[in-house]
Design a protein around this ligand. Sequence first.
Ligand SMILES: C[S@@+](CC[C@H](N)C(=O)[O-])C[C@H]1O[C@@H](n2cnc3c(N)ncnc32)[C@H](O)[C@@H]1O
Length: 221
Amino acid sequence: MSVDSIEQALLGRLQSMGLQDVLRQTPDGWQLISPDEGERPVVLDLEKEFLQWKRTLTSFRDQPLYRALGVKGTELPFVLDATCGLAGDSLQLLAYGCRVHSWERHPVPALMLLRAHSAWQHAVKERWSLDLADFSIPSDVQILYFDPMYSEVSKKALPRKEMRIFREVVGQDTDAVEVAERLRAQKKRLIIKRPPKSSELLPGVSFAQEGKAVRFDVYLP
Ligand SMILES: C[S@@+](CC[C@H](N)C(=O)[O-])C[C@H]1O[C@@H](n2cnc3c(N)ncnc32)[C@H](O)[C@@H]1O
């Protein structure tokens, strides 16, 4: 499917969900309008975010997500990011050196991603494919990564503005357990991102990597 036909299909879905007013088109891509009047819109600047990850990840071997990947040697794995959202984790995985195939099904982030990804000129795009329509799992993917929208939000850790607006628009992924079960059935290493101290999404966690504000539950095949 061409970029234009994916965009048309996503715009149709946006309309049928009554969400056409939450996005504004600009020459630099889509802006996500905050439901709170007077608040600045959310924009997706892949170059800026990627460079931020590159700068902060000088010692990425200590990062819980990197440790959850279980990298041995120098070769970084090919990861399916089943929940791309606004690409924070996909960009982090790309900054480590992984190859990444990202799914996103909600028309709001999908439209933002589609424009931003096709306009972005960076060599790292050779390692990054977007899937906004088919949700296929490339046969050579080695690791499955899943970060659904969950309802448990820690009162201590107020989500940053982008995440709060995003949460208000996209809502919850009520089918997260079913999707996680389908991913688990692929018999590949599965990493599920969870809030700290929350229950596991699926039973049978092999081990977990904890960060300050996040936990990665790892399921070995
Ligand atoms: C918590 S956000 C992901 C945030 C992302 N990890 C980041 O770092 O920016 C979850 C996203 O996954 C998407 N999503 C959830 N389940 C999905 C599925 N089965 N297929 C495709 N996208 C999915 C939701 O629409 C939402 O945009």
